[in-house]
Design a protein around this ligand. Sequence first.
Ligand SMILES: C[S@@+](CC[C@H](N)C(=O)[O-])C[C@H]1O[C@@H](n2cnc3c(N)ncnc32)[C@H](O)[C@@H]1O
Length: 313
Amino acid sequence: MNRMNTILTQELLLSLTSDTPSISPKFFYDDIGSHLFDVITLLEEYYPTRTEKWIMDNYQREIAAAVAHCDVLVDLGAGNCMKASRLFDSIKPKQYRALDISKEYLKTAVADLQKQFPNIKMSAHAIDLSLPLAFPDIEALHKVFFYPGSSIGNFDPDKADQFFINLANECHGKGGLLIGVDLVKDVEVLHHAYNDPLGVTAAFNLNILLNVNRITGSNFQLQDWEHYAFFNAAQSRIEMHLRARSDVQVMLPSNGGKDHPLSFSKGDLIHTENSYKYTQEDFVEKLQRAGFGNVRCWTDPNEYFLVCFANVQ
Ligand SMILES: C[S@@+](CC[C@H](N)C(=O)[O-])C[C@H]1O[C@@H](n2cnc3c(N)ncnc32)[C@H](O)[C@@H]1O
């Protein structure tokens, strides 16, 4: 087992043996997971991607005017890099730095994009955004952090605050954060977005177990588990879980070669994702509390989704 997988196995062992077993959503994104996410974004029920694109296209000029200057566009959780590439003409970054945990998928996406935009200096970085971020080599440059797709919703609210403080500090008095976030809305709309009838979101959720098997050598069987997603109104979040279809035994090999048995009873849950939904007011306040001053906001006619540019000047 390589060093990275050893660290990840330790993390998974801890989270899977806790009182409320969980797997961090970062484990969704192996190569298959990244492709499945791209299919989710095409689904009729999954409004966030097309709504965010609509806002960014419709308000392109205003967004570019708010950003004003960009030496480096730092794409956080870049995925297929598509959303950033749509900004290149208006924001005109000199450099594009893409960060993602899904290393191979990211490398391919950035290499393809570099061919289309040979004048922008590009680089791909396999980085875990749940750890503190630092950019010493581009400290003096005017950075615009780009965090679309409502990925911020995966952080618990206090962790999101820490993340924003980290980004505001890393601006070093220049630039800012262009971010997309999903808004609180009708529960039915939210429910359907995470329970599509084609079962793509279910496949995306189940694939996390295949990734865990690959990393740790565990023996989760997909047929033992089913997708379960609902809106938790008290916490203002969609929760995704995997629910045991029967009593299940799983072996999780650990670092010393010793196997850790995991036992689940029928109906037991493994929590795989939270996706917090915000009001515009709460979200803007959150950005300001973290050290971002001026926050500009754009939304769609249904007010399903919010795009903000928050600067530190
Ligand atoms: C919801 S998708 C958004 C993709 C793209 N930015 C978009 O808006 O369409 C989340 C992206 O963040 C990446 N990601 C998830 N957790 C991560 C983590 N802890 N560190 C780095 N990247 C992560 C995933 O691989 C995926 O590409």
